[in-house]
Design a protein around this ligand. Structure first.
Ligand code: URA
Ligand code: SF4
Length: 212
């Protein structure tokens, strides 16, 4: 199956998924969207009210701000993959529960494997927590780390930045660094031999993270 077909298959499974309680209150599931060969994946938290209506990620106020941040970084929204750690809306925008995150993680794992991005940008603490358990967003935001054979950049959540005037300049500055970080990631990955890349694949230990 091609990566594109795999993503379609995952979206079809998500639309009928009943693996956690969030399926009971969803209108539309939000599997995520973007090209199957995206170099960058942006991973948020979960669908909000607008996303639940439309079945698409980041289409409300936070989405408008994300579009602005992407444009500022010289990225076209249609060139990157955008999705979430949970695919169905948590009622009243509450935090996703640990069992919901655990149940939904299989889909995100399969999406990452299919796309095989160079960079994963996490938006907010739930998505950061998947890759950097225990990290503090205030300490690590905007800093790229190599994890296995790709790079992860934790960013503040665009919605948090919209509601907090102190965070807004920080997220703007972090996104402004993206082109430069993408350059570093491309060069670093091109330098790695296939053998090195394979050897670095299954790395879960946060102690092995290198800080850029
Ligand atoms: N916030 C998120 O985390 N994800 C969305 O898709 C929309 C808002
Ligand atoms: Fe399934 Fe994920 Fe939706 Fe829960 S949030 S019902 S695990 S697709």
């Amino acid at each position: 199956m091609s990566a594109e077909e795999t993503l379609k298959q995952i979206a079809a499974e998500v639309s009928v998924c009943t693996d956690c309680a969030l399926h009971k209150t969803r209108k539309k599931s939000v599997p995520g969207e973007g090209p199957a060969d995206s170099e960058i994946m942006f991973i948020g938290e979960g669908p909000g009210v607008n996303e639940n209506e439309q079945g698409r990620p980041f289409v409300g106020a936070a989405g408008n701000f994300l579009n602005q941040l992407l444009a500022q970084a010289g990225l076209k929204r249609e060139d990157v993959w955008i999705g979430n750690v949970v695919k169905c809306r948590p009622p009243d925008n509450r935090d996703p529960l640990p069992e919901e995150l655990a149940a939904c993680d299989v889909y995100l794992e399969r999406q990452i494997a299919a796309i095989n991005p160079k960079i994963i940008v996490t938006l907010g603490r739930f998505s950061m927590g998947k890759f950097m358990p225990g990290a503090k967003i205030s300490a690590v935001h905007g800093q790229m780390r190599k994890i296995g054979n790709r790079f992860v950049i934790p960013m503040f959540h665009p919605a948090a930045a919209l509601h907090n005037v102190n965070i807004k300049p920080q997220i703007l500055a972090d996104f402004a660094k993206l082109p430069q970080l993408l350059d570093v990631a491309r060069k670093e990955l091109a330098r790695m031999t296939p053998v090195q890349a394979a050897a670095e694949e299954p790395k879960e230990d946060p102690k092995q993270l290198s800080l850029f």
